[in-house]
Design a protein around this ligand. Structure first.
Ligand code: WT7
Length: 676
């Protein structure tokens, strides 16, 4: 493990094996109804059957033209799935369900204010609205297949409607999490060279109607400075017919979607037949540099993979009411609120606001109201709900058959509360490990087959074959309980195709480290490197330890330490900045920001505040550091590298180890004293 990185996995964690918990068996009632109970699935999806096993997933979709080649490996590691096949994601998530399910709810929308009625968008209504928006995008905006559009939308039904309208035409959508700043949106507009920005005037969060359109103006102006001029800014209204932002519309540039749409009523747009490998969307995520990278996801492989994992790991049946509490602005929402559940004709819940506002009973009231039976959330939300209202779930009448946790490791005690109190002991739990790059789950138990083990993700899901390597590329013996770097031996259909406009970074970041032969066209020579530390226990389950690169998982959301550092360096007085992960009881990890000032300058509250403001302006409030510590000097190696490992130890009140080889060992104790 490289010494100067802001890794989440400390040496201490690697040394100590967590105590193995007792297994919990899936309830008989769950098994009796489950989509996947057949143990032979692992035989069917073994490496010997690779890659044709994934036909099982692709067959869940409707194809205009079936594929000729399942996997093309002629240009590694740019894997191509289902070559020759043609399909449309919007057709698969909407049109094809009309015959059987047109009156069924596709999307339940739960607005934050509890006096506002829940909206139920049927598949027929979804079909009508997606078509109208498609017509507008094509005929009003002149957008076409392959164009990019940035969405900066909150959690409202118009978000999946807009995504599906893009998909219908082959327009590549790039949804930016609504909590990100205007500047962060601009960066993504520029990188993707988007022609239009689609946003909303306002949305609710924590009891307030937040002005959102103001961020679009910043995004427009900042993108223009970087040479990308958005042709149009389309603004949905949170309350149709009423503009709820203080930010004026710019004549000729900004248009109210709801108004323009009235010219496109009753329009029907034929879905574009897309080659399987044409991109469906971009999802920007943080990496090891100051700029986020656009993960490019395919149409055919991605949709097949999310449909398959939704069916077998989420156990979605068409009659289920499925609620994933994530935000659609993250990959979890794309795969497991929109594309996976809708491809299976489920009813998917979209909710606005926060789980703990106005009180910690809200999720359980919603579950009761909508009769939700599959529930999906993050350890951070579970910890927050457990703290704010440990007895709330018992007050409501709902029954979950299945629950998911995703995004970060879950502590066994938190897992127990989720199981016993939220799930009332009736639900299976899957702990799903995966990443923005992956499209869908990599490790998890198969809910009706494997017993659950609190705190562990599970084995690779069908068709995913993990392997753990040490730093030098030696395989760590399977089931040894020894930690190393987790990789996936084989490609899978949901994996991203490349980093948008940066294929070299794609190869270097994810494949170069453990590639056995750069000239080889055999996928066996190209394991996927996940940048996570993990160990495999004797039972074959993987325990994920955390990031081994400069990425921090805060509340299950990925933040690049370099992005936060770059933001703070915009403050004139700051000379150097270093961000490290600090443990947090609710959010798992939070960023601590250490800065040193230019010579002769004294620390002040004013500088601290401006550093914090810069981070919020450049990225958004989710990146707000837990503390900004103004240090006299950074702990450094003799070659001048900042020793983030030492800062991480200070932030977590851990032993910093041997610091005598530092160029300035005396600074360690000084910083330790400052922090408290
Ligand atoms: C990172 C990916 C796609 C899921 C949402 C986050 C961590 C993810 C787990 C889990 C332990 C997990 C990893 C991974 N992670 N799931 N079940 N147990 N850690 O996606 O923002 O791309 O973050 O989240 O460290 O690399 P993401």
């Amino acid at each position: 493990m490289s010494q100067d990185r802001a890794t989440e996995v400390s040496e201490a964690e690697i040394a100590v094996h967590w105590q193995e918990e007792d297994y919990v068996k899936p309830p008989e009632k769950f098994i009796a109804q489950a989509n996947l109970t057949d143990q032979t699935v692992f035989e069917r999806f073994s490496l010997k059957k690779f890659p044709n096993c994934f036909k099982e997933y692709a067959d869940l979709l409707d194809w205009y033209k079936p594929w000729d080649v399942t996997l093309d490996t002629s240009n590694p590691p740019f894997w191509k799935w289902f070559i020759g096949g043609r399909l449309n994601a919007s057709y698969n998530c909407v049109d094809r369900h009309l015959a059987k399910h047109k009156n069924k709810t596709a999307i339940h929308f739960v607005p934050e204010p509890e006096h506002e009625a829940i909206q139920h968008v049927t598949y027929q209504e979804l079909y009508v609205r997606v078509n109208e928006v498609s017509a507008l995008l094509r005929d009003f905006c002149g957008l076409k297949k392959g164009d990019r559009v940035t969405l900066h939308m909150p959690m409202v039904p118009e978000l999946p409607i807009t995504m599906l309208a893009c998909a219908r035409l082959g327009i590549i959508h790039s949804q930016v999490f609504s909590g990100f700043s205007g500047k962060a949106t601009a960066d993504r507009v520029v990188d993707s060279e988007s022609r239009a920005l689609i946003t909303m005037d306002a949305y609710y969060r924590g009891g307030q109607l937040l002005d959102h359109k103001e961020k679009a103006d910043i995004a427009f102006t900042e993108a223009k400075k970087d040479g990308v001029t958005l042709e149009k800014v389309l603004v949905w209204q949170r309350y149709p017919g009423r503009y709820s932002s203080k930010t004026p519309l710019v004549e000729g540039r900004d248009f109210i979607m709801n108004e323009v749409l009235s010219g496109y009523r009753h329009r029907r747009i034929d879905p574009v037949e897309m080659p399987a490998e044409d991109p469906l969307f971009l999802m920007y995520t943080s990496g090891t540099t100051g700029k986020p990278k656009g993960c490019q996801h395919s149409t055919g492989g991605y949709l097949a993979y999310v449909a398959g994992t939704s069916k077998y790991i989420q156990d979605i049946h068409p009659e289920d009411v499925y609620w994933c509490m994530a935000d659609i602005g993250w990959i979890t929402g794309h795969s497991y609120i929109v594309y996976g559940p809708l491809a299976l004709a489920a009813s998917s819940v979209v909710y606005e606001g926060l789980p703990t506002h106005p009180d910690a009973g809200r999720p359980w009231r919603i579950a009761q109201e909508l009769d939700v039976n599959i529930f999906h959330t993050s350890p951070t939300a579970i910890r927050a709900l457990r703290r704010a209202g440990p007895d709330e779930p018992a007050k409501y009448h709902y029954h979950f058959k299945h629950m998911t946790t995703v995004g970060e490791p879950i502590e066994p005690a938190v897992w127990r509360w989720y199981h016993d109190v939220v799930g009332k002991g009736e639900a299976v739990i899957v702990d799903t490990w995966w990443q923005t790059e992956n499209g869908g789950f990599l490790c998890s138990t198969v809910p009706a087959i494997h017993p659950m083990k609190p705190g562990s993700a599970g084995p690779g899901v069908p068709g995913i074959h993990p392997i753990i390597y040490d730093e030098d590329g030696n395989e760590i013996p399977p089931r040894s309980g020894r930690a190393g770097n987790i990789c996936i031996q084989n490609p899978w259909p949901g994996t991203f195709q490349t980093i948008w406009k940066n294929p070299d970074r794609y190869v270097e970041q994810y494949y170069a480290k453990y590639c056995k032969n750069r000239k080889s066209r055999d996928w066996r020579d190209w394991p996927y490197f996940a940048n996570d530390g993990a160990l495999q226990a004797a039972d074959g389950y993987y325990r994920i330890l955390g990031r081994i690169d400069d990425v921090i998982n805060v509340a299950g959301h990925r933040l690049g330490t370099k992005e936060i550092e770059s933001a703070s360096l915009l403050v004139e007085e700051v000379a150097e900045a270093a961000v490290v992960p600090a443990r947090d009881e609710i959010k798992g990890r939070v960023p601590d920001l250490y800065v040193s000032l230019k010579p002769g300058l004294a620390p002040s509250e004013d500088i601290r505040k401006r550093v914090e403001d810069a981070v919020i302006r450049e990225i958004g409030p989710i990146a707000r550091p837990r503390r900004v510590v103004m240090v006299p000097d950074m702990p450094k190696t003799r070659s001048g590298k900042i020793m983030r490992r030492v800062l991480r130890a200070i932030s977590n009140d851990e032993d910093a180890g041997d610091v005598s080889t530092l160029a300035n060992p005396e600074v360690v104790d000084e910083i330790r004293r400052m922090k408290v």
